[in-house]
Ligand binder design. Structure first.
Ligand SMILES: Cc1ncc(COP(=O)(O)O)c(C=O)c1O
Length: 379
């Protein structure tokens, strides 16, 4: 996915130390050049900072370190050893009213940013502030809450810009949604126009140059590229009302967001579309009672084809738009709950003539793979 995205001349964002190694690999493969803008987000451990500085010394001069906390600056300057750095500041957002906490731990408090700039950045010859970053984690939505946080960041940008001529970029972070059910309706064009118009209006009114606009749309970029297909291995009628479809893997292990944050994915039967439909719950084969999926978005029940007694072909179910986060959060290829293996991973792509090609990227995880991680030697 990164290779494909890079052909569209995207810039890159990193979140932790190992991401820098990944960029070095891409450079060695000739997929990125040293002029790409590389944003460094996330908590800056010493190892992460050292690798960023090393990357800059190799000639990646358009690298911008986004400060996640005020304390990061002195640690970065110490490890940079006098190199001039481009930096950004992440503004911490206030969460939605129903959240478990009020202000995000990510970033620097909104009310402290101007004082921090004046005290530690303005007169510092080793740093140049380029970017203001904010990220509304619950997503870019046409809601009072989103526009409130957006306006707060925009006003802060203008205020900072008046003090800091080098500031020229506003980063909206991630959070652009993707379709998670068939009735999903989101006016992408309207939202983008509103964002751009608002930025333009406030900048003209305040007579400051319009910023370069950066986004870090993760799910929007990769989410629709993935799907997981399960085989129904048993239909189990547990009472008059409740029919379970037991599938050949674990939902917790393969689409962990469905279990942990109640995320929904598009769910469709792959075959038997003409059969009679029934209300079902889908259950995984782990021992965990919470390894199930039984509602669509807005608590809609799940309706799937019934398999008739005389049918030998099994029913297959597909969860679609699972391309963001599911493999990484579940630790694809690692230790799995109940030692249920990571499923076979198939890539479907197009060749240079536009024809579909598919190949097995990884076979189903083997017992050797897993026992090896657990410390058992292969015989
Ligand atoms: C700093 C930052 N930018 C971008 C993203 C991508 O967010 P999304 O997938 O919601 O677009 C994340 C995800 O956590 C993030 O932490």
């Amino acid at each position: 996915m990164i290779s494909t995205a890079l052909t569209y001349k995207v810039n890159l964002e990193t979140s932790s130390s190992f991401d820098i190694d990944l960029i070095e690999k891409l450079y060695k493969n000739g997929e990125v050049d040293k002029n790409r803008i590389i944003l460094h987000n996330g908590y800056k451990t010493d190892d992460y900072i050292s690798k960023i500085i090393k990357l800059q010394k190799k000639g990646f001069r358009n690298s911008i370190i986004i400060l996640d906390s005020k304390k990061e600056l002195s640690r970065i300057l110490e490890l940079a050893g006098g190199e001039k750095l481009y930096i950004g500041i992440r503004m911490a957002i206030d969460e939605e009213p129903q959240s478990a906490y009020y202000t995000s731990r990510l970033g620097i408090r909104h009310s402290e940013i101007i004082d921090f700039y004046n005290a530690e950045i303005k007169e510092n010859p080793n740093v140049s502030l380029k970017m203001l970053h904010f990220f509304v984690d619950s997503g870019i939505k046409d809601s009072l809450y989103y526009w409130g946080e957006f306006q707060k960041a925009l006003k802060l940008y203008v205020e900072l810009k008046k003090l800091c001529p080098s500031l020229d970029s506003l980063n909206l972070g991630g959070g652009f949604p993707i379709r998670n059910h068939l009735a999903f309706d989101y006016d992408y064009e309207y939202i983008i126009k509103e964002i751009v118009n608002n930025i333009k209006e406030i900048c003209s009114a305040e007579k400051v140059d319009e910023p370069h606009i950066f986004t870090e749309f993760g799910k929007y970029t990769v989410g629709e590229s993935g799907a997981i297909i399960f085989k129904v291995i048993e239909q189990k009628q547990q009472n008059d009302n409740e029919l379970w479809y037991i599938i050949n893997n674990s939902l917790m292990n393969t689409i962990p967001d469905a279990w942990s944050i109640h995320e929904k994915f598009i769910l469709l039967p792959i075959n038997k579309w003409d059969n009679e439909y029934a209300k079902v719950s889908i259950g995984g084969i782990s021992c965990d009672h919470s390894d199930y999926y039984n509602s669509e978005d807005f608590n809609q029940q799940i309706l799937l084809p019934r398999v008739k007694d005389n049918e030998t072909e099994p029913l297959y179910l597909g969860f679609f738009h699972t391309g963001a986060y599911q493999d990484s959060i579940s630790g694809y290829g690692g230790i799995k709950h109940c030692l249920i293996p990571s499923p076979k991973h198939v890539i479907i792509d197009r060749d240079e003539n536009g024809n579909y090609v598919d190949y097995v990227y990884r076979h189903e995880q083997t017992v050797g793979d897993m026992l090896n991680i657990l410390g058992y030697e292969e015989e």
